[in-house]
Design a binder for this molecule. Structure first.
Ligand code: EPZ
Length: 420
């Protein structure tokens, strides 16, 4: 239970400039990757978020020396002292991406014993494809007492994913980077953070080609050296800020982002009648007229990201007309809609589809965060609503958004904390 709640008084158009932070989903892949290197790594543009802090704790438990410079957004990881390949459940339960330690420790030691991951309750979230990949590379994998135990000398192989999986692609890429021989990942995920990890590994001496396509080729190397790397900006934070700007009919320029990563969202906002203009590393969002309802189907990159479905659903609650959201990636990613009903949203959920009937107004109400991006959706709804919205369990939002309250406040939002 969080000791505070967020209070948002809606109706303030967000205006001004905001800098997006480094990517959560790339950082949680690149930090474990530093364990595979033989020398220290310096990673820049690192967001100050809970998931990064958890990984820092885990790496230090394994024997790495980790220092984080919040002002410079820089983390320095010296893996030379790493002498353990076991990560207990009490650590891994704190986040989803803790399972990347399997791939990293398999690459370093040929052995990994890692507790089951935690993470957002948005569906079943199995990791059978990760295990399929490790086995293809020569690992013996067993699961017992809440631990995943993998052991074996990594040997290049072909891995065909039954479905594109970001985590599976990243985890098997980590395990394969120093395997004996060549590996090919087929039906691989193409998300920007998959590409960013491949770029990091290549910068440290890896030989990975094809990241960003559905076929990734990895030539195993003897070792990875250290170095300095800057992670890409957060695609989902960028999208959340774009949606918040549109939702409050403000005028916001988001700096330090990569507009090409945002194309599916930009297209949908333009379809709604929102003005979106790109510069090379900035996106400006302004209203034009009324917001038209649109239909959303979530898909693997470069389709509409499932992580933006939730904040987008808040924006659609006040669009003119009926919107359909078809969530194809996760089984249970509509919990926030039940919360928004209390704010006056007209929504109907039929399994993987939500029908949102636009209403002229939302009104403030007490709501509870159920998962990271549901929290973002409730913040957007609170910014749109007339009156004050109380958001309980907001701590989950800090897992994936760096200083979101402060960024929104600087743009004119009336948002503050209050003890519970
Ligand atoms: C990553 O989760 C992200 N998390 C998620 O973001 C994101 O929603 C998701 O990719 C899709 O883009 C991180 O990067 C830490 P998947 P991941 O493997 O890797 C099924 C956020 O809010 N599947 O691409 O778990 C799975 O159940 C989080 O930042 C298997 O069946 O996603 C899902 O239905 C939430 N077997 C689908 O594939 C497996 O072995 C896609 O999952 C693996 C996945």
């Amino acid at each position: 239970m969080d000791t505070y709640k967020l209070l948002i008084t809606g109706g303030q158009p967000l205006k001004g400039d905001v800098e997006v932070s480094g990517g959560k989903n790339t950082s949680v892949a690149v930090i474990p990757a530093a364990l595979i290197c033989d020398e220290p790594c310096v990673i820049e543009n690192m967001p100050d978020i809970e998931d990064v802090h958890v990984l820092r704790d885990i790496l230090e438990l394994l024997g790495a020396r980790v220092s984080y410079d919040d002002a410079l957004k820089r983390i320095t990881i010296d893996p030379r002292g790493v002498n353990d390949c076991t990560v207990p459940y009490r650590q891994t339960r704190r986040m989803r991406a803790s399972y990347y330690l399997l791939g990293a420790l398999l690459a370093r030691f040929g052995e990994a014993n890692v507790g089951y991951p935690g993470g957002c309750a948005i569906g079943n979230r199995p990791f059978d494809q990760h295990i399929k990949g490790f086995r293809a590379l020569g690992a013996e994998v067993t699961e017992s007492n809440g631990m995943i135990c993998a052991k074996g000398t990594m040997t290049g192989a072909a891995v065909y994913f039954d479905r594109p999986t970001v985590g599976g692609t990243i985890n098997v890429m980590l395990a394969a980077v120093k395997a004996k021989g060549n590996t090919v990942l087929l039906n691989a995920a193409k998300e920007p953070h998959v590409v960013d990890l491949a770029n990091f590994l290549n910068a440290m001496g890896g030989r990975i080609k094809g990241a960003g396509t559905d076929t990734i080729r990895i030539r195993g190397v003897e070792s990875l050296h250290g170095g300095t790397y800057t992670v890409i900006p957060d695609q989902i934070e960028t999208g959340t800020l774009m949606i918040a700007a549109a939702a409050t009919r403000g005028d916001v320029t988001i700096h330090g982002c990569i507009p090409t990563h945002m194309e599916s969202l930009t297209a949908k906002l333009l379809e709604m009648g929102v003005s979106v203009t790109d510069a090379d590393d900035a996106i400006r969002v302004r209203p034009i007229g009324a917001h038209r309802a649109v239909n959303i189907k979530t898909q693997e990159y470069p389709g509409f990201p499932t992580d933006l479905q939730q904040p987008m659903s808040a924006l659609l609650c006040m669009a003119q007309g009926n919107s359909l959201i078809y969530e194809t990636i996760f089984e249970s990613r509509f919990k926030h809609l039940s919360e928004m009903r209390r704010m006056g949203a007209h929504v109907q959920i039929m399994e993987q589809t939500a029908l949102i009937e636009g209403v002229p107004e939302l009104h403030g109400a007490p709501v509870t965060v159920t998962d990271l991006r549901a929290g973002a959706a409730l913040v957007v709804a609170g910014l749109m609503a007339t009156g004050t919205t109380e958001i309980y369990e907001p701590g989950l939002i800090e897992r994936g958004y760096e200083h979101l309250e402060e960024k929104l406040r600087k743009l004119g939002a009336k948002i503050r904390r209050e003890p519970v």
